[in-house]
Design a protein around this ligand. Sequence first.
Ligand code: FAD
Length: 468
Amino acid sequence: MNGEKKRVAIIGGGITGLTVAFYLQKEMEAKGLPIEYKLYESSERLGGKIQTDYTDGFVIEKGPDSFLERKQSAARLAKAVGLEKELLNNDTGQAYILKEKKLFPVPGGSVMGIPTELTPFATTTLFSPIGKVRAAADLILPRRSNATEDQSLGTFFRHRLGDEVVDYLIEPLLSGIYAGDIDKLSLMATFPQFHQVEQKYRSLILGMKKGKTKQPNTGKKAGMFLSLKGGLQSLVDAIEYHLKTDAVEKNTSVQHLKKNDNDTYDLQLADGRTETFDYVVLTTPHQVSLSLLSQYNVMDSFEDMPSTSVATVAMAFPESAIKEDLDGTGFVVSKKGDYDITACTWTHKKWRHTAPEGYALLRCYVGRFGDEAIVFEQDDEIVKKVLRDLTSIIKVEGEPLFYQITRWENAMPQYIVGHKERVEKAKKAVQETLPGVVITGASYEGLGIPDCIDQGEAVVRDLVARFT
Ligand code: FAD
């Protein structure tokens, strides 16, 4: 063990671990901090869930395809690694909801499904007249008195807007993000801002309308999301390029963590080595962190936390193969329907750089909370089911030029009701029992790419504060 420098281990080379490594190295160099770090990644590549494939001129995202522009940390990181000119917004377009075999445009002015303009909601045929009247009850319903108690997103929205708007608009839109069950997901851990709107304005519709008008009108007609011309993998590659090569160990799984009497930590690696560190940052999914720390019982609150398995199915076609071509970015599928796909992005329209001229790239999702068996079926079975759905919905003709299926087992952590308390409890227990260890990443305080980057930045701030 080096007598002068403090040693920091980062376990996991997904975007959270990469953020910690990149900004820590930057701070070390800028401030001459007496630290050395090692990043251990069990697989042969960095990036974790971020993975892009490049085939025949197509740019195919196997995991995430973009990040929210409003949350600024991801664009900031991209700029910090020299990718400013590579950032691009999605091409705007209409998104659709699939209900009872028909595609309905998402009503204009809806923010995450909450109406903020009257006319599009009054005129849409997505809801029945009774459903619309029930949603309008939000305008007069009182706010709930249990101001801070957690509840499911379903309970909250069903109370305010009624079942129809929830089942045919909010549920498909929100569960597209979490691959979760809206009646189990925690309001406070996923969208606390909706709770705040209710507390402040009482009516969600009026509150969201007010919030919306406060947004500056930049006159820019751009999408809400950002991606990179070279695919999200280019962010991973650019970060890796900036890291010291001897600080990164791929193909190195950490198998065990032990606290020593002098408050250092031994990491046992799969190849038999044991390395000693002063600080350990665990960015692995909670199941892995739970197992690495199992002997200390500090993550018991996470034992029952589920994760959903999903698969992305990318299919390339000549554009002429899509007979009912709508102008839009894609559709999400209401859970009430009889379809295997849960969402489909018309990637070639949402992100024009992803397909050569004259070709279409469709990216579908299968698997949702409690209904994940399809993810583990044979490729040809999945393709058959996805094609059957696409043929019935947008009249796709013939076989795809090629397809790619990526299975993500237990990849979407489910922030079920009480999640924030579970996180606080586990973090407090880790801090008390293992003061040099931190748990962070997608399982805890947000699973979007910017949320993971925010968490990585916070860890670096904390580490730097310990040394300055
Ligand atoms: P991970 O990416 O899971 O990284 C953890 C790393 O730890 C992995 O590389 C793993 O190999 C490694 N590891 C595991 N065990 C060990 C061990 N014992 N030793 C060493 N290393 C280990 N977010 C968005 O913002 N926009 C999107 O469009 C979007 N779409 C998504 C689509 C899909 C299909 C999925 C699965 C996720 C999507 N997300 C999206 C969420 C986002 O991609 C993830 O939450 C985020 O990338 C997770 O980053 P992470 O670093 O926390 O974890």
